[in-house]
Design a protein around this ligand. Structure first.
Ligand SMILES: [Zn+2]
Length: 264
């Protein structure tokens, strides 16, 4: 079995004490590939190196995405988009996407300036995705309609992933029309997430990728613990049960979706 965790922050300090052991443990659960998305510019160079080193030191093949997460925009300005563009021009081999980018409008007290800056940095990363023909990894919270507006304007050919999707059926369909895949993770293991579970059960399997978002987003039954990429196996089991198909079918289809999207 070959599972692909499309979204795991394995470079975070939470894993400093046992990163290679975590990878070995994940491989025993069937994880063959992981994508680590960056959250800020200070991670970019180290992720290019680390993805290579960890791939050599473990049985798991690591790829990475470079981008600016909406939570960290105060540490960035438009010059960082130039820097990102220059890095992407060099086509580092394990860099397969732009992300984690997106919009997070969860905080109701957010100033219009902060919103505008999020939008400017997100739009800039979508433009880079078009220019470099790379897929996007998108974080969206209370912002699907704003994100869809930008995506409809630029129509990024290589599309991407909407990470931890929990929007409506109509929003899901709009993303699918634009060629995007939807990322499902620990969220679907909670019975109360009935709307998201229904979508995971009924959307075409070709539009779904699996993820953990480790060390965050613990699965049902693991609350309060550090999440690990190996738990993508439980996400896959849950999806198999919801769809009434085998774990193997889920693993094959979702890994294939990631490989096609990331062009690996
Ligand atoms: Zn993330």
């Amino acid at each position: 079995m070959s599972l692909f965790d499309s979204h795991c922050h394995l470079n975070f300090s939470d894993f400093d004490i046992d990163r290679v052991q975590v990878l070995n443990r994940s491989a025993r659960k069937g994880v063959s590939n992981i994508c680590i998305p960056a959250t800020k510019h200070t991670e970019w160079l180290s992720l290019i190196n680390e993805s290579e080193v960890l791939s050599n030191e473990s049985p798991v093949s690591i790829v990475t995405a470079l981008g600016i997460h909406p939570w960290f925009i105060s540490e960035h300005n438009l010059k960082h988009l130039d820097l990102l563009g220059k890095l992407l021009e060099k086509r580092p081999v394990r860099v397969v996407a732009i992300g984690e980018t997106g919009l997070d409008f969860f905080d109701r007290n957010m100033t219009p300036q902060t919103k505008d800056k999020q939008l400017a940095l997100f739009t800039g990363q979508v433009e880079l995705a078009c220019l470099h023909q790379m897929p996007l990894i998108i974080h969206s919270r209370k912002s699907h309609d704003d994100i869809l507006k930008v995506l409809r304007r630029f129509k990024p050919e290589s599309a991407g992933i909407i990470h931890a999707f929990s929007g409506s059926e109509q929003q899901a369909e709009e993303y699918l029309k634009l060629g995007f895949k939807l990322g499902f993770g620990g969220g679907i293991t909670y019975p109360r997430a009935s709307k998201t579970r229904h979508l995971a059960a009924t959307l075409p399997i070709g539009s779904i990728v699996l993820e953990t978002d480790a060390p965050d987003m613990p699965l049902n039954g693991y609350q309060g613990q550090r999440n690990e990429p190996g738990r993508v196996e439980h996400v896959a089991e849950c999806l198999a049960e919801l769809r009434g198909i085998s774990l193997m079918e889920v693993a094959e289809a979702t890994s294939h979706n990631c490989r096609t999207l990331f062009n690996i």
